[in-house]
Design a protein around this ligand. Structure first.
Ligand SMILES: *Cc1c(COP(=O)(O)O)cnc(C)c1O
Length: 227
C-alpha cells in the first residue's frame, strides 16, 4: 500500500498536468484531503505529508479527529449537515461545502454570531438533477445567493457540486462546465466575491481541474480506504 505522501505526489502531478492542459496555474487548486474513511493515525499522516486542508463528512467521525488534530490543519465540513449539528461545526470547521437550505444558514448564522466567528461556505448545487443528491436546483440559485446578503458571519465563497457516479466522462465534464458557468454568472451579476468552485473527487478530479475547480475533495485516491 502506498503512503499518503506518495499518493499526494501523484495527485499533485496529475493536477499539474490537468492545469497545463487547461492553461491554468496549479496554485489555483487546493487539495482537500477527505479523511472520512480513515482513522486518526492516517489523518495524522495526511497532515505530516504537508496537506493543510482536511475534509470530513460526518460530525461523529470528524469531531474526535478535530479534538486531537484541530490546530494542525484547516477543517472542511463536506457532508450533508443537520441543523441540530451546526453547533459542532461552527468554531471548528472553517469551510462548509454543503450549504443547501436557508434554515441551515439561519442556524449557522445564529451560532456564529454567539461566538463571533465566521464560516466560509460553498452553496451546494444539484446540477445533475439526481434525486439522491442534495443541493439546491440551478434555477433556485440566484435567489438563494441574494438571500445570503443578510448574513454577517456566513461568507459565501463559491459553489459546490457532485458529479454522477458514471463512466461517462463527457457527462461528468458537462456537469462541471455547468457549475462553472453558474458561478461566473453569479459572480458577474449578484456576488463578485463568489469566486471558488468545489468540484472533483477521486474518480473525476482531473476533469474538474480542467473545468476550473479551485478545491478538489479527495478521499480514496489520497488517504486510502473505501471505495
Ligand atoms: C466522500 C466524499 C468525497 C471523497 O470521495 P472519494 O471518491 O473517496 O475521493 C468528496 N466529497 C464528498 C462530499 C464526499 O462525501
Amino acid at each position: 500500500m502506498k503512503t499518503v505522501r506518495q499518493n499526494y505526489e501523484q495527485v499533485q502531478t496529475k493536477i499539474r498536468q490537468a492545469c497545463a492542459r487547461a492553461g491554468r496555474n496549479p496554485q489555483e487548486v487546493q487539495v482537500v484531503a477527505v479523511t472520512k474513511y480513515v482513522d486518526l493515525e492516517t489523518t495524522k499522516e495526511t497532515l505530516d505529508a504537508g496537506i493543510l486542508h482536511i475534509g470530513e463528512s460526518k460530525v461523529q467521525d470528524g469531531i474526535p479527529k478535530w479534538k486531537e488534530l484541530g490546530d494542525r490543519g484547516t477543517w472542511h465540513f463536506i457532508g450533508h449537515l443537520q441543523r441540530k449539528k451546526s453547533k459542532d461545526v461552527v468554531g471548528r470547521f472553517r469551510y462548509l461545502h454543503s450549504l443547501d437550505r436557508l434554515s441551515l444558514a439561519d442556524e449557522l448564522e445564529r451560532r456564529l454570531e454567539v461566538i463571533g466567528d465566521e464560516l466560509n461556505v460553498f452553496i451546494q448545487v444539484n446540477i445533475s438533477g439526481e434525486e439522491t443528491k442534495y443541493g439546491i436546483s440551478p434555477k433556485e440559485l440566484e435567489d438563494f445567493v441574494q438571500a445570503m446578503s443578510k448574513y454577517k458571519f456566513i461568507k459565501p465563497i463559491g459553489l459546490m457540486t457532485m458529479a454522477p457516479h458514471t463512466e461517462n466522462q463527457s457527462l461528468i465534464r458537462e456537469i462541471f462546465q455547468e457549475l462553472k458557468y453558474r458561478q461566473v454568472q453569479i459572480q458577474n451579476t449578484v456576488l463578485p466575491t463568489l469566486s471558488e468552485l468545489s468540484m472533483g473527487m477521486s474518480q473525476d478530479y482531473e476533469i474538474a481541474v480542467e473545468e476550473g475547480a479551485t478545491f478538489v475533495r479527495l478521499g480514496s485516491t489520497l488517504t486510502g480506504g473505501r471505495p
